[in-house]
Write a protein that binds this ligand. Structure first.
Ligand code: SER
Length: 900
C-alpha cells in the first residue's frame, strides 16, 4: 500500500474535486463557534454555514467545500473516555465537506459523492453499501435517494433503509437538519463484533462494529428546528451538507484498520514512542494513542484561543490535556513531555493550518505550563489519597465514598479513573457510581460545562426581532457620526415582552431602524446619549447600547419626558465627547497590539480587550512580566505613530482579500463575508467593526498605567490616552509635588532627598542603639557587684526590660570584658515574649561551661527554645512570668557543672 494517497493528498484531492465543480474553497472556521451559545465546539463542517442554510446570512457563493477542524469532547458528543481504546474515536478530527446553499440537491450530491469515492479514491465498489432514511416521526421515507443510488449502479440489496437514529442528522437541539444518506465501506468480517461474541448475528451496515465503516454522510438539509423539541420548519431552499471524516477515509484508502495506523498518526505515535523509549504496538498501545490524539486537540484548540481553565471550553481542554499527561505518566514519562508531542503535530499539520505555525511558541508554552501545574496537582492528589487510605485503614472501610472521589476531581482536578487505579493498587475501591451521580447532578446544574447554554433564553427575543426587522443600520462610521435620525421599530420591557409605547419613568429597550449609537461589541463599550421625539416633547436617556445578536443594536433607555411609540421618528444623539475618547482608546488599542508584537514577538495575540472612554485594557498572550524598558519601548512606538499623525483608513472588502492583505483578525470574532479593515497608521491593519480616530494624532498621547498577569500566559495592560493621559500625568505630578513639599525639596531632587533621609534614619537608629548600650555599660559595673562567685568564676543573671537582642549583645560583651572570667545571662521581655542571651568568657568555656547548653535548658523553663555556641547563645520563650525560674535554673546548672 506504499503508493496509497497520504492524508494530505486526500484532503487536497477532495477540495480540488469540488472546486472543479463550482465550489468555493472556504477556510476552516475556528473550533470556537462564533456567536453560537448552543454549541461548545465546532463539531461538523456545516457549523460555519448554519445561518446560510437558514437564510439569515448571505454569501456571494452558493457552493462551498471545506476541510473543517472539529472537536467532539464535552457536551453532547462526549466520547473522551473511549479515545485511545478504539480504532475510531477522536477528540479532534478533520471533516471534509461539500455544501450547497439552495443550489444543487440530492441528484448532484449523490453523483458527486459516488464519483469521488469510486473514481478519485478508487475504492472497490464491491466493498461499498449505502443507507437512506426509512421514514419515521412523520417524515416520509427517502425513495428519491434510494432511486438515485440505484441509478449510480449500486445494487438494490446494498441500499439499506435506516431510521431516525442513523439517518437523520441534526447539529444539536436547534439548527438546520434533515434526513441523510451514508456511504459505508466493508473492511472485513474477521473484525471482532460484540454481537457475534454475545452469540447473536452481526447487524452488518447497521451494526456498531467496525466490519462496515461509515465513511461519508450526505445530509439533505430540509428543515430547521428553532427551539429544543419544537416542530420542524421547512428551510427556504433545500440544501446539501456532506461530511467525510478525513481520518476514516485515510484509513480505508491506506488499507489500515485503525485510524491510528494512517500517516496522520504514525509520525505522532513515533514521537511518543521515541520519548518513552519503547516501540508502539496496536496491542497495549492505548496510552500512546491517547497522547497522540489529545496532542492534536490541544494544539488546535490553543491555536484557536482556548486556554486550559476551570470552566466551559477551557475546562474541556484541561481535561483533554490532563488525560494525555496522565497517560504519559503511566508510560513512565516523568518529565515535561507533552509539548514535545504537540510540537510534532505543529510540524505535521502547520502547512494545512498555518495558525499552528503562527501560534507555535505560545501553544508550546501553554502546554508546558499546564503540565507543570498538573504534575503539582498529581503530587497533591497522591497525598490526599494517602490520607484517605490511612483513614480507611483506621475505620476499616474498604470503599472511598463518591463524595470524596468527586471532591478530588472537582476541587483538585484529580481524575476519577486515576483515583480508582491508585486505590486498587492499595487494596481499596472507589464508589464510582456515587461519583457519577454527583457528576450528573452538577452537569444538570450546568456547572460542569461552564453553563454555556445559559445565554440562550435571553437571546431568543432579540433573535426574533432581528429576523423580523433585519439588521440595524449603524450611522456612526460616517462623518462625525454622533447624530442621526431613525424610527422606533420595537420597544421591549425588562421581561423581554414587546410594548407599543413607553412613558415617562419607564426603563425599556429601544430598537431603531438606524442609529448612531454603537452597540457594545469587540471590546468597545456601548454609547450613551439621548433619543428625542415629538419635536423635543419626548426624551429618553440612553444609558447603554448593546448588540445582543449580530446585527441588532439595542438601546437601554430611561424615558425622562413624554411618551415614545413604535413608529415614532426620533433624533438620536450620542454623547460626543465620550465617543471621542472611546475612538482614541480604540485606535490606541490597535497601535498597542502592533507595538507589543514588535517589542515582545509575534506570539503576542489579543486575548480580550475593553475600550472604555476613560481607559483601555488589553489582554494578550505572553509569559513573563514586561520589563520597565519594554513598557517604555511600547509607549515610544505608539507615541511615535501618534505624532506622525497618519490619516486612518477604513476599507470594506471581502474576508479572503482582507486576510490576504495581512490584516490582523482575532480569534473569537465572527466575520461576515464583507469586513471592515481599519488602518490607524500604516503599521497597524486590523479587521474591526469599532469606531476610530480620523488621524492618529487625534489620540494625543498614550500612557501605560499598569501591567500585570491575569492568568497563566496572559498579561494585561491598562493604558490611557488624550485628556485621560494628561489627567493621569497631572495626578502623578501632584502627588510628587506633595511628597517633595513634605520633604522640603523640589520634585527633581526628591529621590536624592529620600535617599539621604533614609540614610539619616539608619544612622540615627544606630546611634540610639549605641547610646542604649552605653547607658547599660554604665550600670554594668554595678551589675558585676551582683555577680556570684562559683568555683572561681563570676556568674551573673540579670534582667532588662524591654528586651532588645542588640542591646543584650553589647552589654554581654562589656560584662565579659569586665569580669575577665565568668558567665552571664541577660533576660527580658518584649511584646509578651522572652528574650534570653548567655555569654561566657573563653577560659570558662575551656573549663567546660557551654552557653548553648545552658540556654537550651533555661529556655525550657520559659516555654521556649534556643541554643548556640559554647561562648554565646540566644533564645526565647513564651512565658515571661517564668524568667526568674530560668535564672534559678541557670545558677543551678552552673553550680552543677563539672569544671576541669
Ligand atoms: N453534518 C453532517 C455530519 O457531521 C454531514 O457533514 O455528519
Amino acid at each position: 500500500m506504499s503508493s496509497a494517497l497520504s492524508a494530505s493528498q486526500i484532503r487536497e484531492a477532495f477540495l480540488k474535486f469540488f472546486e472543479e465543480r463550482g465550489h468555493r474553497r472556504v477556510a476552516s472556521s475556528s473550533l470556537v463557534p462564533q456567536n453560537d451559545p448552543s454549541l461548545l465546539f465546532t463539531n461538523a463542517g456545516m457549523v460555519q454555514f448554519k445561518d446560510v442554510f437558514t437564510g439569515r446570512e448571505k454569501r456571494e457563493y452558493s457552493r462551498a467545500t471545506t476541510s473543517q477542524k472539529c472537536v467532539r469532547a464535552g457536551g453532547k458528543h462526549n466520547d473522551l473516555d473511549n479515545v485511545g481504546y478504539t480504532a475510531r474515536h477522536h477528540t479532534f478530527f478533520e471533516m471534509l465537506g461539500n455544501f450547497s446553499f439552495g443550489d444543487y440537491f440530492k441528484p448532484d450530491a449523490i453523483a458527486y459523492g459516488w464519483e469521488f469515492v469510486t473514481k478519485t479514491l478508487g475504492l472497490d465498489k464491491a466493498r461499498l453499501a449505502v443507507t437512506v432514511f426509512n421514514g419515521e416521526g412523520g417524515i416520509p421515507w427517502d425513495e428519491e435517494a434510494f432511486e438515485l443510488w440505484a441509478k449510480q449502479g449500486v445494487s438494490r440489496d446494498r441500499i439499506l433503509k435506516l431510521g431516525l437514529k442513523d439517518n437523520f442528522w441534526a447539529m444539536g437541539d436547534t439548527g438546520p437538519c434533515g434526513p441523510c444518506s451514508e456511504i459505508h465501506y466493508h473492511q472485513g468480517d474477521d473484525i471482532p463484533c460484540a454481537e457475534v461474541t454475545a452469540g447473536r448475528q452481526c447487524k452488518g451496515v447497521a451494526c456498531d462494529c467496525d466490519r462496515w465503516l461509515e465513511i461519508w454522510n450526505l445530509v439533505f438539509m430540509q428543515f430547521e428546528r428553532k427551539e429544543k423539541d419544537a416542530p420542524l420548519i421547512p428551510l427556504p431552499k433545500p440544501s446539501i451538507d456532506t461530511g467525510a471524516g478525513l481520518e476514516r477515509i485515510a484509513s480505508v484508502v491506506q488499507g489500515k484498520r485503525s485510524n491510528y495506523d494512517t500517516d496522520l498518526f504514525q509520525s505522532i505515535l513515533s514521537r511518543v514512542s521515541e520519548l518513552v523509549g519503547k516501540p508502539y504496538s496496536q496491542e497495549g498501545g492505548a496510552s500512546m494513542r491517547v497522547v497522540a490524539d489529545h496532542s492534536r486537540a490541544a494544539a488546535f484548540l490553543i491555536a484557536d484561543g482556548v486556554q486550559p481553565s476551570n470552566e466551559g471550553r477551557g475546562y474541556v481542554l484541561r481535561r483533554i490535556m490532563r488525560r494525555a499527561i496522565r497517560h504519559g505518566s503511566l508510560l513512565g514519562l516523568d518529565e515535561l513531555f507533552f509539548f514535545k508531542v504537540v510540537d510534532r503535530v505543529i510540524e505535521l499539520m502547520g502547512e494545512a493550518y498555518p495558525e499552528l505555525r503562527d501560534g507555535r511558541t505560545f501553544i508550546l508554552e501553554v502546554c508546558k505550563h499546564e503540565e507543570e501545574s498538573f504534575r503539582r496537582t498529581l503530587n497533591r492528589g497522591m497525598k490526599l489519597i494517602d490520607e484517605e487510605v490511612a483513614r480507611m485503614k483506621q475505620s476499616g472501610a474498604k470503599v472511598l465514598s463518591g463524595e470524596k472521589v468527586w471532591e478530588l476531581h472537582g476541587t483538585y482536578g484529580f481524575p476519577w479513573d486515576l483515583t480508582e487505579i491508585i486505590l486498587k493498587e492499595r487494596g481499596f475501591e472507589a464508589d464510582i457510581a456515587g461519583y457519577e451521580k454527583l457528576k450528573k447532578e452538577e452537569a444538570e446544574k450546568g456547572t460542569d460545562e461552564g453553563g454555556i447554554s445559559k445565554d440562550k433564553a435571553i437571546a431568543t427575543v432579540h433573535l426574533k426581532l432581528l429576523e423580523r426587522l433585519g439588521p440595524t443600520e449603524f450611522l456612526g462610521y460616517e462623518g462625525v457620526g454622533h447624530e442621526g435620525e431613525g424610527s422606533v421599530r420595537a420597544i421591549i420591557n425588562k421581561g423581554g415582552v414587546e410594548l407599543t409605547e413607553a412613558q415617562e419613568g419607564d426603563e425599556v429597550e429601544l430598537v431603531l431602524d438606524r442609529t448612531p449609537f454603537y452597540g457594545e461589541s469587540g471590546g468597545q463599550v456601548g454609547d450613551t446619549g439621548r433619543i428625542v421625539g415629538h419635536g423635543g416633547k419626548a426624551v429618553a436617556q440612553v444609558l447603554d447600547a448593546q448588540r445582543p445578536v449580530q446585527g441588532l443594536i439595542v438601546h437601554q433607555v430611561k424615558v425622562t419626558q413624554g411618551t415614545l411609540k413604535v413608529g415614532d421618528m426620533v433624533q438620536a444623539g450620542v454623547d460626543g465627547q465620550r465617543r471621542s475618547s472611546i475612538r482614541a482608546n480604540h485606535s490606541a488599542t490597535h497601535l498597542l497590539h502592533k507595538a507589543l508584537k514588535m517589542v515582545l514577538g509575534e506570539h503576542v495575540k489579543q486575548a480580550g480587550s475593553v475600550v472604555a472612554p476613560d481607559y483601555l485594557r488589553f489582554d494578550f498572550s505572553h509569559f513573563s512580566p514586561m520589563t520597565p524598558e519594554q513598557q517604555e519601548q511600547v509607549e515610544d512606538l505608539v507615541n511615535g505613530w501618534i505624532r506622525e499623525n497618519a490619516e486612518s483608513q477604513t476599507r470594506v472588502m471581502n474576508l479572503e482579500d482582507a486576510k490576504k492583505s495581512g490584516a490582523v483578525a482575532m480569534f473569537g470574532e465572527k466575520y461576515g463575508e464583507t469586513v471592515r479593515v481599519v488602518t490607524v497608521h500604516p503599521q497597524s491593519t486590523e479587521l474591526c467593526g469599532g469606531t476610530h480616530v480620523r488621524r492618529s494624532g487625534d489620540i494625543g498621547l498614550f500612557k501605560v498605567t499598569g501591567e500585570s498577569g491575569v492568568a497563566s500566559g496572559v498579561r494585561r495592560i491598562i493604558a490611557v490616552t488624550g485628556l485621560g493621559a494628561i489627567q493621569y500625568m497631572r495626578e502623578t505630578e501632584r502627588e510628587l509635588k506633595k511628597a517633595a513639599e513634605l520633604l522640603k525639596t523640589s520634585p527633581k531632587d526628591l529621590v536624592k532627598r529620600v535617599e539621604s533621609t533614609q540614610k539619616r534614619v539608619k544612622e540615627l537608629e544606630h546611634k540610639i542603639e549605641e547610646m542604649a548600650v552605653k547607658a547599660q555599660a554604665g550600670s554594668s559595673k554595678d551589675l558585676l557587684e551582683q555577680a556570684r562567685d562559683i568555683n572561681g568564676m563570676k556568674v551573673l543573671a540579670t534582667r532588662m526590660d524591654p528586651a532588645d537582642p542588640n542591646v543584650f549583645r553589647g552589654l554581654a560583651d562589656q560584662l565579659r570584658d569586665r569580669m575577665k572570667s565568668g558567665v552571664v545571662v541577660i533576660g527580658g521581655e518584649k511584646d509578651g515574649k522572652v528574650v534570653l542571651l548567655v555569654a561566657a568568657t573563653k577560659d570558662v568555656v575551656a573549663r567546660g561551661i557551654h552557653a548553648g547548653n545552658l540556654l537550651k535548658e533555661m529556655a525550657k523553663e520559659v516555654n521556649g527554645r534556643g541554643g548556640g555556641k559554647p561562648d554565646l547563645a540566644q533564645g526565647g520563650g513564651e512565658d515571661p512570668s517564668r524568667i526568674p525560674n530560668a535564672f534559678d535554673k541557670f545558677y543551678e546548672l552552673v553550680k552543677g557543672t563539672n569544671l576541669s
